[in-house]
Ligand binder design. Structure first.
Ligand SMILES: Nc1nc2c(ncn2[C@@H]2O[C@H](COP(=O)(O)OP(=O)(O)OP(=O)(O)O)[C@@H](O)[C@H]2O)c(=O)[nH]1
Ligand SMILES: [Mg+2]
Length: 297
């Protein structure tokens, strides 16, 4: 890539309460699924970079876990720290809210926003508004809450107004040469992405509480020509959770592994051979040593 004068590159943090669609927004902005999403709150646990490069700019998006104050586990505290750190060294912040909804949890994130970095208010899920006329009063109401540099209503899921959002962000990026190569889409390893894609299936397919006690580790990741041979382990806290994940005659586990494998094949552009085990490892969500070994910061 030839870098002419005026090339822009910078970091953009995506923050907001759980479940507003931050990871969906990231995936649709960069047109690749690198950050996992689900209907359940607190799907994202790690900071993850997604990179979009075009002829004039490089956008380095930083997806973050939904900031939340309700539960005080070690994992949540670690996640909130990740959010606060993510907001410090960026050039632009996208504060994501859901159209028509602004509650206590959104307010708590708002209170954490720094004063010295441009913040764009992104009103997501506009496709869900029963009446489009509700959008303007909602925009006016939220505009008064903070000195936002801009307000952009979007539907991440339906790719609506995402080009507008890109152009808005571009205005606030500093002049810099690109940080990443043109074809790089994330800073995370394939190993990490593989673990996350499997964790997503657990979040999407297993009932209420279990997914929060689950984590995934990759025990083996081997490249054999155009095949990736992956051995993954789903860690749960209790024996009964193991049974739920495996399901009757192993059907649940088989389904989840099959779907994760398909996603991995799309993302890696290769064949994937995936084997999955389930193990009981108690108390990991409150164990700092275990958290570190799982790649939390
Ligand atoms: N209708 C609609 N649903 C959306 C849109 N964007 C995201 N969603 C849905 O909202 C849910 C949450 O999306 P995520 O992207 O996982 O939300 P998040 O903010 O990353 O959540 P955490 O990681 O838990 O903080 C998923 O079921 C998405 O499909 C949108 O524009 N319209
Ligand atoms: Mg997320």
């Amino acid at each position: 890539m030839s870098v002419s004068d005026g090339y822009k590159a910078g970091y953009i943090a995506i923050v907001g309460r759980p479940n507003v669609g931050k990871s969906t927004l990231l995936n649709h902005l960069i047109k690749q699924k690198i950050s996992i999403t689900s209907r359940k709150a607190q799907t994202t646990r790690h900071r993850i970079h997604g990179i979009l490069t075009d002829a004039q700019s490089q956008f380095i998006f930083v997806d973050t876990p939904g900031f939340q104050m309700r539960h005080r586990s070690q994992l949540n505290q670690t996640m909130n720290r990740v959010v606060l750190q993510s907001m410090q060294n960026v050039d632009v912040i996208l504060f994501v809210v859901e159209a028509g909804q602004f509650g206590r949890e959104d307010e708590q994130v708002l209170e954490q926003l720094p004063e010295n970095i441009p913040v764009v208010l992104v009103i997501n899920k506009i496709d869900r508004l029963p009446d489009k006329l509700q959008l303007l009063p909602f925009m006016q109401k939220t505009a008064d809450l903070f000195d936002f540099v801009d307000i952009v209503p979007v539907s991440a899921l339906q790719n609506k107004q995402l080009t507008d959002l890109i152009e808005t962000i571009r205005r606030y990026l500093p002049e810099n040469p690109p940080v990443f190569a043109e074809d790089e889409i994330t800073d995370r390893s394939e190993r990490f992405l593989a673990a996350e894609l499997l964790r997503e299936k657990v979040f999407r397919q297993i009932g209420e509480e279990v997914p929060y006690s689950v984590s995934v580790v990759i025990e083996q990741f081997v490249l054999e020509g155009n095949l990736r041979r992956i051995h993954a382990c789903i860690l749960v806290e209790r024996e009964n959770q193991k049974a739920i994940i495996i399901g009757k005659q192993g059907k649940k586990l088989k389904d989840m592994a099959m779907q994760a494998r398909k996603d991995m094949e799309v993302l890696f552009g290769s064949k994937v051979y995936l084997e999955v085990w389930v193990k009981v490892k108690s108390g990991w969500a409150d164990d700092t040593v275990a958290l570190k070994s799982l790649g939390y910061e």
